[in-house]
Design a protein around this ligand. Structure first.
Ligand code: ADP
Ligand code: MG
Length: 335
């Protein structure tokens, strides 16, 4: 059912550590920091985080809330300018650059296809059925980020076709960046921020050790560590995308929630997960999705050409094989 993201911030303090957690953007979030910077009251910080989450989720990027800015843009008439918020403009401009650099593999106008394939609502995906080709063609005719003209100076966008925008593959990352900026401004030099697996970490923990990101094995069983990265920087932004949490299966074929905008169909290749480290979590988030769409070979070539840090995990029968770009190698111990 379409539900609004619910923000349930639980506040607790243990070993000088502050932890906030709850639900947002249809998933969970977790924030940990060494201490609340300055004289800030932890309760005030929790309120500030909640304000950001509810603004970016329910008010701006939600595909579920009928009055979110995104829903209003989706319902807005074709050919008429629509004034966008600063945050929407930021995300659409970044989306546009990833759309171009990935030759359209990342394309947030896949919304009509996401709904057609049953990934738009939070119902159990096993109930999903395979749409017929005519419906896929019809939905596909409404896909293409080039049908969205962005006027940065005026902070306006115009749809030149009736596209349905879905920012689920970038909004979580953008929100993590936003919370990171709040904590930076408050002088926090050590934190861990995660929304649905997209994360930003900075500094060191109370015992002097680094926050270390671990990635999970790409299967839908309980969390199992697959690989642990070393944290070589003061600050790191990581996002992952996979076909093993959000998918349905029909006749032994796995249909994942990553849609190939060229075919109008869920991607079907043996890439199981892609983890990207980038300057911002929003960029890492978008690229991880693009890489899942591009598949192992194209993703790897794209990353190598541009010096992007990616860790790809492909299925080989019942086993996994990994492909690690040069820029990622420093994040792995002993390589
Ligand atoms: P997760 O939500 O598991 O982190 P992603 O970041 O890859 O995964 O986002 C997947 C979501 O992005 C899908 O559920 C869908 O809403 C949207 N999406 C699917 N295919 C594309 C695509 N080719 N380009 C942009 N967004 C997509
Ligand atoms: Mg993504």
């Amino acid at each position: 059912m379409a539900t609004f993201a619910l923000v349930l911030a639980v506040f607790k303090e243990e070993d000088e550590r502050v932890s906030l957690e709850g639900l947002t953007m249809g998933t969970s979030y977790q924030i940990q920091l060494l201490e609340v910077p300055g004289e800030e009251d932890p309760g005030v910080l929790a309120d500030e985080v909640q304000t950001i989450l509810s603004r970016l989720d329910r008010e701006i990027f939600s595909t579920y809330a009928p009055d979110s800015e995104l829903s209003r843009l989706n319902n807005h008439a074709v050919g008429r300018p629509f004034a966008v918020s600063r945050e929407m403009l930021d995300v659409l401009m970044l989306a546009d650059s990833v759309f171009s650099s990935t030759s359209g593999a990342f394309d947030p106008t896949v919304g009509s296809l996401v709904n057609l394939w049953g990934f738009g609502s939070r119902v159990s995906l096993t109930a999903a059925s395979i749409p017929d080709s005519k419906d896929v063609e019809e939905a596909l005719s409404r896909v293409g980020f080039e049908h969205l003209v962005i006027d940065e100076a005026r902070s306006e966008v115009v749809k030149t076709r009736d596209v349905m925008i879905d920012l689920s593959a970038i909004a979580k990352g953008y929100t993590v960046d936003h919370i990171g900026r709040l904590l930076d401004e408050q002088g926090s030099d050590s934190y861990f921020i995660e929304i649905g697996g997209e994360l930003k970490i900075k500094g060191v923990k109370a015992d002097g050790s680094s926050w270390v990101p671990a990635i999970e094995a790409p299967n839908d069983r309980a969390f199992e560590v697959y690989e642990i990265f070393s944290n070589i920087g003061q600050s790191i932004a990581v996002a992952g995308s996979g076909d093993y949490r959000n998918y349905f299966e029909v006749d032994g074929v796995r249909y994942s929630h990553e849609i190939d905008p060229r075919t109008g169909r869920p991607v079907r290749h043996h890439l199981a997960a892609a983890y990207v480290i980038a300057d911002s979590v929003a960029l890492a988030d978008a690229l991880a999705t693009a890489y899942m769409v591009m598949g192992e070979e194209f993703a790897f070539a794209h990353a190598e050409e541009r010096g992007i840090a990616v860790f790809l995990i492909a299925r080989e029968g019942d086993a996994f094989a990994e492909r690690i770009s040069s820029a990622f190698k420093p994040y792995l111990d002993g390589q």
